[in-house]
Write a protein that binds this ligand. Structure first.
Ligand code: MN
Length: 500
C-alpha cells in the first residue's frame, strides 16, 4: 500500500502582522519580536500540522500587497494568519486583500494575556492595541465581503491553537484540490440525478478537474499485471486480514482473490499513470472487469484516494478532501451510504454501508476478507473487506449541485454498537444515531437536498467542514443537536435568496 496523501508538515501558513509607523522604531521592533514569538510558538504546536512561517511586519500598503501576491504565487503557502498587534489603519489593507487568493484567518489575540493592573501606563496601552486594531481590520474584511475565519483568544490558549489547526487542515484540503484530478470511469449510474452535476462549475468552485475514461483505459493496465505481483499482493491480503477459508491458499475460491488482486493492481497502475487522486466507477459499466472492484476500492481509499460509487465524482472529491483534512488524525474517513433504518417510535438508527466500498480506516479491529454474491451488475462474486465501525462521534457530509450553486450538507452522528452481531451481513458497516434525532435529521437532510453518498469521518468535526465551506465559498447546512426544522427551512430559503 502506498499512501498518497500530501505531507502536511511541508505546507506553510504565513503569519503576517499589521502595524503602522506612528509608534516609532522602538515600538515596531517590539511588535516584530512579539510576532516572531507567536509565530514560533504556533509553529511548534503539534495541533497545527503545517509550518507557521513568520513574515516581516506590515506597515505600508505596498508591503501588504506584495506579501499577498507572494502568497498567491507560492506553491507551499496554503493560507495566511493575520494579527493586528497594534492599530493598523485598514485602508492600507484594501489593495492587498483584494488580490489575495489564499484562505485567510484573522487571529484576534493580544501578546499579553493579563492586564498589569498596578503598572499599566500609556506605553502598555499603545503596544497592546489588538482590541481595537482587530476591529479596524475586521471592518475592512467585512466591507470587502472577504471569507475568513476569525479566532479570538490568547495565543497560548490550547483552544485557540486547535481552531487554527482545524483551519489549516481545511486550507490544506483546498490547496490539494487546486491540482487534484479525478477519473470518472464509465460515467454515471443511469438515470440517477444527485450524482450528476456541473463539472465546470465544480472546477471553478473547488479547483479539481473530473474527466471521463472508458473501461478499456483501465483494463489495459489490468491485463499487463504480472503473476508474481498478484502472488505478492495475495500474500499481503493473507497477512493483513482474517481470510475466509475459501480464499486462503489452496482454497476453492483462491482464483477469485487473484482476480481481485489483478483488479487492484491494474486500477492502481491506471491511477498512478496520470496522477489521479480519486476516481468513480459504476457496476453498470464493468465489461471486461470480472468483479465490481470491492477490496480494491476499499484499499485505495485507505491509501488516500477519493472514491465515489455509481459515478459520484462529487463524493470522490469530498472523500479526498476529507482524507487530506484528516491526515495524521486518529479515526478513519470513508465513502458511505445511508443504507437502511432501524425505525422506532422515537426516531431510530441508520445502518450505513455500501455494496462493497467502505474504507477500512474506519474498521474496529482486523477486517475479514470474504467473497459473496452481489445481486446486481451481472458479474462474478466480488471479494470485499467486512468489518464494524468503532463507537463514537462522527460526521456525514455531502455536496450537491443545486443548479446555480453547490450546497454542503452535514449531519453530526454518534456511532453505536449494534444490539446483536450482524453475522449474515456480508459488507462493512457503521450503525449511527443522527443528531438531534433520526426524524429531524432525515427530514432536514431531505429538505436540504443532501445526497445518499456522504463522506463519513470519525477524525473530523463540523468545524473542519465549516472552514472548508467558508474558504471555497460554498453554502453549508449543518444538522446537529440544535437543529429545529422550522429554522432550517428558513436557512434554506435565505441560501436561495442570497445566491444569484
Ligand atoms: Mn450508492
Amino acid at each position: 500500500m502506498t499512501n498518497i496523501l500530501p505531507q502536511l508538515e511541508e505546507l506553510e501558513i504565513w503569519f503576517i502582522t499589521g502595524s503602522q509607523h506612528l509608534y516609532g522604531e522602538v515600538a515596531l521592533a517590539q511588535v516584530a519580536d512579539h510576532s516572531n514569538q507567536v509565530a514560533a510558538a504556533l509553529d511548534a504546536d503539534p495541533q497545527i500540522p503545517v509550518k507557521v512561517v513568520f513574515k516581516p511586519i506590515l506597515t505600508r500598503p505596498e508591503e501588504v500587497r506584495q506579501v499577498m501576491l507572494e502568497a498567491n504565487a507560492s506553491s507551499n503557502c496554503i493560507g495566511l494568519v493575520a494579527w493586528m498587534h497594534t492599530f493598523s489603519p485598514a485602508k492600507m489593507w484594501i489593495n492587498g486583500l483584494k488580490v489575495l487568493q489564499k484562505p485567510l484567518l484573522h487571529l484576534h489575540t493580544q501578546f499579553n494575556a493579563a492586564l498589569p493592573w498596578s503598572t499599566i501606563d500609556m506605553d502598555f496601552m499603545n503596544l497592546n492595541q489588538s482590541a481595537h486594531g482587530g476591529r479596524e481590520f475586521g471592518f475592512m474584511c467585512s466591507r470587502l465581503r472577504l471569507a475568513r475565519k476569525v479566532v479570538v483568544g490568547h495565543w497560548e490558549d490550547a483552544a485557540v491553537r486547535q481552531q487554527i489547526g482545524v483551519w489549516s487542515r481545511a486550507a490544506a484540503a483546498k490547496h490539494d484540490l487546486q491540482t487534484a484530478r479525478f477519473a470518472r470511469i464509465g460515467d454515471n449510474m443511469r438515470e440517477v440525478a444527485v450524482t450528476e452535476g456541473d463539472k465546470v462549475a465544480a472546477q471553478e468552485t473547488f479547483g479539481f478537474s473530473v474527466n471521463g475514461y472508458g473501461l478499456g483505459d483501465v483494463t489495459q493496465f489490468m491485463e499487463t499485471v504480472s503473476y508474481s505481483d498478484i502472488d505478492r499482493l495475495c500474500i499481503e491480503y493473507d497477512e493483513a486480514y482474517v481470510m475466509a477459508d475459501v480464499l486462503t491458499h489452496g482454497g476453492a475460491r483462491r482464483q477469485s482473490l487473484r482476480d481481485a488482486a489483478r483488479i487492484e493492481l491494474g486500477l492502481r497502475a491506471f491511477l498512478e499513470s496520470e496522477g489521479f487522486v480519486g476516481y468513480t466507477d459504476t457496476f453498470e459499466n464493468l465489461h471486461d472487469i470480472k468483479q465490481l472492484p470491492g477490496i480494491a476500492s476499499q484499499r485505495l481509499m485507505a491509501d488516500g484516494y477519493g472514491f465515489g460509487a455509481e459515478g459520484d465524482w462529487k463524493a470522490a472529491a469530498m472523500v479526498r478532501a476529507a482524507k487530506v483534512m484528516a491526515a495524521g488524525l486518529p479515526g478513519g474517513t470513508s465513502f458511505m451510504e445511508d443504507y437502511t433504518y432501524h425505525l422506532t417510535p422515537n426516531g431510530g438508527q441508520v445502518l450505513g454501508s455500501h455494496m462493497l466500498e467502505i474504507c477500512p480506516t474506519i474498521a474496529a479491529g482486523r477486517p475479514s476478507c470474504e467473497i459473496h454474491a452481489l445481486g446486481i451488475g451481472g458479474k462474478e462474486d466480488p471479494v470485499r473487506l467486512v468489518f464494524d465501525t468503532p463507537e463514537g462521534p462522527a460526521v456525514n457530509a455531502t455536496v450537491v449541485d443545486l443548479g446555480n450553486r453547490f450546497r454542503m450538507v452535514l449531519n453530526e452522528v454518534d456511532v453505536v454498537r449494534p444490539p446483536e452481531p450482524l453475522g449474515k451481513l456480508p459488507v462493512a458497516r457503521a450503525l449511527w444515531e443522527a443528531k438531534p434525532d433520526l426524524k429531524t435529521a432525515a427530514a432536514a437532510w431531505i429538505y436540504a437536498g443532501g445526497s445518499h453518498h456522504p463522506v463519513f469521518s470519525q477524525a473530523l468535526t463540523t468545524e473542519h467542514f465549516e472552514d472548508f465551506a467558508e474558504m471555497t465559498g460554498v453554502e453549508l447546512v449543518v444538522i446537529d443537536a440544535e437543529t429545529r426544522l422550522r429554522d432550517l427551512k428558513n436557512q434554506l430559503l435565505l441560501g436561495d435568496l442570497r445566491k444569484e
